[in-house]
Design a binder for this molecule. Structure first.
Ligand code: MG
Length: 202
């Protein structure tokens, strides 16, 4: 399986990192080794002093598809969760300054913890409240209605380049409020008020 991620999909987040608001989706990948086995703690890697949380809606692909039209894209998923796109912000900054790919900063082992999958059901995927608490305090709060590119548009765009396969996951970008995590922090993610991810930082 593969992990497909979208950068800068919320205008307020693009601004907080002083990035341009993109005119087309920013796409990158993480390997399957970026998944964090359930109930494992997350260990901060040695190579960063500025590890950031990025809370994101994640969609699980349930059909094989290539060049999917946006109007048919909703047929390719039925389950969603929240995930953290962990980012070594210091490493990413160095990569960006040199114009280099940023995988070292974003695709390392365990950098893509996922919550429990839930059925989307009749809910509107473009009107979901997502929230991240760090040590009990809300640090990120957003709504998928603020995405620059909708989930269906993202699937259309991504599938131009990559064949989507069953079990692939799509991280859809983070709202504003990204920030550092340190040892012993507790991260809790809430989808429409329901907790779906609980992660201890080691
Ligand atoms: Mg992200």
């Amino acid at each position: 399986m593969k992990i497909i991620c979208i950068g800068r999909n919320y205008a307020e987040h693009a601004k907080e990192l002083k990035n341009e608001v993109p005119s087309e989706p920013v796409i990158f990948l993480k390997p399957d080794t970026a998944l964090l086995p359930k109930r494992n703690p997350f260990f901060i890697p040695d190579f960063t002093d500025d590890l950031h949380h990025e809370l994101e809606l994640v969609v699980r692909i349930n059909r094989v598809g290539k060049n999917i039209e946006e109007r048919f894209a909703s047929r390719y998923y039925s389950q969603i969760t929240l995930g953290i796109d962990f980012t070594a912000r210091d490493v990413q900054k160095q990569c960006k300054e040199k114009g280099l790919p940023w995988e070292k900063a974003k695709a390392f082992d365990g950098s893509a913890p996922l919550g429990d999958w839930v059925d989307l059901g009749q809910r509107d995927i473009q009107n979901l409240k997502i929230e991240l608490k760090k040590n009990g305090e809300v640090v990120q709060s957003g709504n998928t209605s603020d995405m620059l590119f909708s989930v269906d548009r993202l699937i259309a765009e991504v599938s131009k380049y990559f064949t989507l396969k069953i079990g692939d996951v799509l991280f859809t970008g983070t709202p504003a409020g990204v920030g550092p995590v340190k040892q012993n922090d507790l991260l809790e993610a809430f989808l429409e008020g329901d907790k779906c991810l609980n992660l201890r930082i080691k």
